[in-house]
Ligand binder design. Structure first.
Ligand code: F7E
Length: 326
């Protein structure tokens, strides 16, 4: 039986990936903070339904020794490194901890695997934020990076670390350059879930307005459930490589807002308030991913389209409010 170790298992992607790997017959291990084990209701809600099927290890991405011990115990065949401080906006507020945790955590893990599980295949969650001030559109694996936030910078470093381990130590390390991917399990701080959850609250009469920043930014939004399959496919190839995972469609935040309100039968202009508080010191204006390489080499393509994604998220949030108030 294949053993997979997932960092960031409590997050959106971690939860979908765990379901995916369990379906494939994997033994799934996850790294979580000790506090998460002590507060399962608030911190493990996305994987609550899976807890009796997986093994959780308490460790910290900030401690090499703790990661080393987990790798030693688990001896994984595949490692999916998803853990990160992943909120771009927050990375401007606390650049030091974002840079420290994201870069050191990746290096600690790569190093521990090299020492104790050198045959383990490694997946790094790189990001379209690495393209930042884009040099071309759409962006592909050959587009140069120009990150625009401490988060983006930390992901470029992680990308380079994974590639360097591949080239220096023959580590089977792959970088998944994932564009924005969303779902009903998305954190509430990200714009898509902030929009759909507030639309649901407005619909239920529990909220009067939605305060947002830059509505002109454009993103390539896909469904997280589709994207975890691509992570797995990367590690099933003969050679490690880097891949863009995206939909090759781009939409503005405003389009997302319009559609979300529309699908709840509301007019967005009656509720949205622009608030400078949510603008970023440097913005990534336009992202659109060219996933041709992934389609050709991995046989992967996105299944859920933009409109379906928005509808699915609004519907789930409305449903969530109704069942909570019952
Ligand atoms: O912002 C604009 C904001 O925070 C999207 C992460 O998963 O994807 C994500 O990064 C856009 C930006 O995601 C608000 O300025 C307007 O242009 O949902 P977001 P992100 O920064 O694109 C990449 C691929 C990652 O790797 C990241 O980890 O929406 N925006 N008004 C707003 N954004 C937020 N959060 N809140 C607002 O009120």
């Amino acid at each position: 039986m294949k053993r997979a170790l997932i960092t960031g298992i409590t997050g959106q992607d971690g939860s979908y990936l765990t379901e995916f790997l369990l379906n494939k017959g994997y033994e799934v291990h996850g790294i979580v903070r000790r506090v998460a084990i002590e507060a399962p209701a608030s911190r493990l809600w996305r994987i609550h339904h899976l807890l009796d099927k997986i093994t959780l290890h308490a460790a910290s991405m900030e401690s090499y020794a703790s990661l080393f011990n987990v790798v030693e115990k688990c001896k994984p065949h595949e490692c999916y490194h998803l853990a990160a401080q992943s909120f771009v906006s927050y990375s401007f507020e606390d650049a030091f901890s974002t840079i420290n945790t994201n870069i050191n955590g990746t290096l600690y893990l790569l190093s521990a695997l090299k020492e104790r599980a050198p045959q383990c295949k490694f997946y790094f969650a790189a990001s379209s934020e690495m393209f930042g001030k884009v040099k071309e559109t759409p962006q592909s694996e050959s587009t140069p990076f120009h990150p625009r936030s401490p988060y983006g910078i930390s992901k470029v470093a992680g990308f380079d670390l994974a590639r360097n381990y591949r080239e220096s130590y023959d580590t089977f390390a792959c970088n998944g350059i994932l564009f924005n991917h969303e779902s009903p399990r998305r954190g509430f701080e990200f714009v898509t879930r902030k929009i759909t959850s507030t639309v649901a609250r407005i619909k239920a009469g529990k909220e009067k307005e939605l305060r947002l920043g830059n509505l002109e930014a454009k993103r390539d939004w896909g469904f997280a459930g589709d994207y975890v399959e691509a992570m797995w496919l990367m590690l099933q190839q003969d050679q490690p490589d880097d891949y863009v995972i995206a939909t090759n469609e781009t939409h503005s935040v405003k389009e997302f807002v319009q559609l979300a309100f529309e699908s709840a039968g509301l007019n967005w202009e009656d509720y949205v308030v622009i608030d400078k508080l949510f603008y970023r010191p440097a913005e990534v204006k336009l992202l659109q991913g060219d996933y041709q390489k992934s389609e050709k080499k991995l046989g992967w393509q996105p299944k859920v389209k933009f409109q379906t994604l928005v509808g699915m998220m609004v519907e789930e949030d409305i449903h969530g409010i109704r069942s909570n108030s019952r």
